[in-house]
Design a protein around this ligand. Structure first.
Ligand code: SF4
Length: 378
C-alpha cells in the first residue's frame, strides 16, 4: 500500500468513527440525570395495578435488581394516583406517573412526591388543564415527559386524515410529520409557561416512522429524547424491532433514556435494553457472552452449554468478556480478546482458555462448573 493509500484509509476511518452523542439539556428525574451527557438510562413500566402497593413495590424491586433506573406506573384513577406516595417510601428508583385523560391525577401524583409526569398530548388536550399541570410541576421541580404515541395522536389542524391510497413508505412519512408536529406544539405550550424541564418521546410501532421522527426532532430541540418502539410485541420479535429502532438512533448519537415495550415480564424489557446498550457500545452492565453458533465440528453440546452459562451470568456485575465455543480450532482464536472462555476439545472433552491461550483441559461433564469457578476468581 502506498503512503497515499494509507492516508486515504485513515481519512475514511475518521469519517466512519463513532458519532458524538447529541448535546442535550440535563433533566433530573429524582436522582437520575437524563441528558446533558449522563449515561443513557434504562426504564420500564409496571404491569401491576398501582393501587396495589405491595404487588407494585415487589415488581419494582425485581426490576431494580435487573438494572431498571426509572420506573413508570399507571395513574388510571384516583386510588392509583394516591398510591404513589406509599410506593415512593418503599423504593429507591425514581417514579414517573403515566397520565391520560384526567389531569387531576397528575396533580395528585405531584402532591404524592412523584419524580416525573408523563403527559400524552393525544389524551390530555385541554390547554387550560395542561397549563395547570405544568404550573404544579414547576412549583415542585418535577419534569414532564411529553409522550407522543402513534396510537393516540392529537387532532392537528390541516392534516387530520391520512390521504387515501398511501403506500406503506408514504404512510410512514405522513406519520413522522404528525408525530413531530404534535411534539413541537406541546413543547411550545410548556415553554409558554416558562417550563423547560422537558423530555420527549415519539413512539411508533413502525420502525421507520419512529427513527425518522426522532431524527427530525433531535435536530429541532435541545431536550433529551426517550426512545422506544411502542407495542413492539412479544419478547422475541419485540426485542428485534426495539433493537433496530432504538439501536439505529443510539448509533447516530441520539437518545438519552430508553424503554423497550414487550408483551411479557417487564424484567425482560430491562434485560433487552441492556443488550441494546451493550451491542451499540453505549453502556456495559455485567459480563458479555460470546458464543459460536456451533456446527458439525463441535463434539460437545455447545448450544446447551452457552444457554446455561448465559443464565448463570444473570445478575453478575463483573465487566468480563466470556467465550463459549464449540471447538478449539476456532475457539481461542475467535474469542482472542475474551477474558476467559471454554471450548470443545474433541469428543466429550473441553478446554478452558484465558485471553486466547489454552489454560486447562477437562471432561465435558466438568466444563460448566470449572468455568463458573474460574469466572468467580477473576
Ligand atoms: S467455534 Fe468450532 S464449533 Fe463453533 S462454529 Fe466455529 S468451527 Fe464450528
Amino acid at each position: 500500500m502506498t503512503t497515499d493509500h494509507a492516508a486515504g484509509t485513515a481519512l475514511l476511518l475518521d469519517e466512519v468513527g463513532p458519532r458524538p452523542r447529541r448535546q442535550t439539556r440535563p433533566v433530573m428525574v429524582g436522582r437520575v440525570q437524563v441528558g446533558g451527557g449522563a449515561p443513557v438510562s434504562v426504564q420500564s413500566m409496571c404491569t401491576t395495578d398501582t393501587a396495589d402497593v405491595d404487588t407494585t413495590v415487589a415488581q419494582i424491586h425485581r426490576l431494580e435488581a435487573a438494572g431498571c433506573e426509572i420506573i413508570r406506573v399507571s395513574c388510571l384513577n384516583e386510588p392509583q394516583a394516591r398510591a404513589i406516595a406509599a410506593i415512593k417510601r418503599r423504593i429507591s428508583i425514581p417514579v414517573v406517573a403515566d397520565i391520560h385523560f384526567e389531569h387531576r391525577h397528575a396533580l395528585m401524583a405531584v402532591d404524592g412526591g412523584v419524580d416525573c409526569i408523563r403527559l400524552n398530548p393525544g389524551t390530555v388536550k385541554d390547554t387550560r388543564k395542561i397549563r395547570e399541570v405544568v404550573q404544579a410541576c414547576k412549583a415542585a421541580n418535577v419534569p414532564i415527559r411529553i409522550g407522543v404515541n402513534e396510537g393516540s395522536l392529537p387532532p392537528l389542524s390541516g392534516d387530520e386524515e391520512m390521504p387515501e391510497g398511501l403506500t406503506a413508505g408514504l404512510a410512514g412519512e405522513w406519520l413522522v410529520r404528525r408525530m413531530v408536529r404534535a411534539g413541537l406544539e406541546e413543547i411550545k405550550l410548556l415553554e409558554q409557561e416558562g417550563f423547560y424541564d422537558i423530555k420527549i418521546s415519539l413512539k411508533a410501532f413502525d420502525v421507520y416512522a419512529m427513527i425518522e421522527a426522532n431524527r427530525r426532532m433531535a435536530a429541532l430541540i435541545p431536550y433529551p429524547l426517550h426512545l422506544g418502539v411502542t407495542e413492539a410485541g412479544t419478547p422475541k420479535p419485540g426485542s428485534i424491532r426495539s433493537a433496530i429502532g432504538i439501536g439505529a438512533l443510539l448509533m447516530e448519537g441520539i437518545g438519552d433514556t430508553i424503554r423497550t415495550s414487550l408483551s411479557g415480564d417487564p424484567v425482560e424489557e430491562v434485560e433487552t435494553c441492556y443488550e441494546i446498550l451493550r451491542a451499540t457500545n453505549i453502556r456495559q452492565r455485567g459480563p458479555t457472552l460470546v458464543a459460536c453458533p456451533s456446527c458439525g465440528r463441535a463434539q460437545i453440546d455447545l448450544i446447551g452449554l452457552a444457554n446455561t452459562v448465559q443464565e448463570r451470568l444473570k445478575g453478575m456485575d463483573k465487566q468480563l468478556k466470556i467465550a463459549v465455543m464449540g471447538c478449539v480450532v476456532n475457539g481461542p482464536g475467535e474469542a482472542r480478546d475474551a477474558d476467559i472462555g471454554i471450548a470443545g476439545g474433541g469428543k466429550g472433552k473441553g478446554v478452558i482458555f484465558k485471553h486466547g491461550q489454552i489454560f486447562r483441559t477437562l471432561d465435558e461433564g466438568d466444563m460448566l462448573q470449572v468455568l463458573m469457578e474460574e469466572i468467580e476468581k477473576l
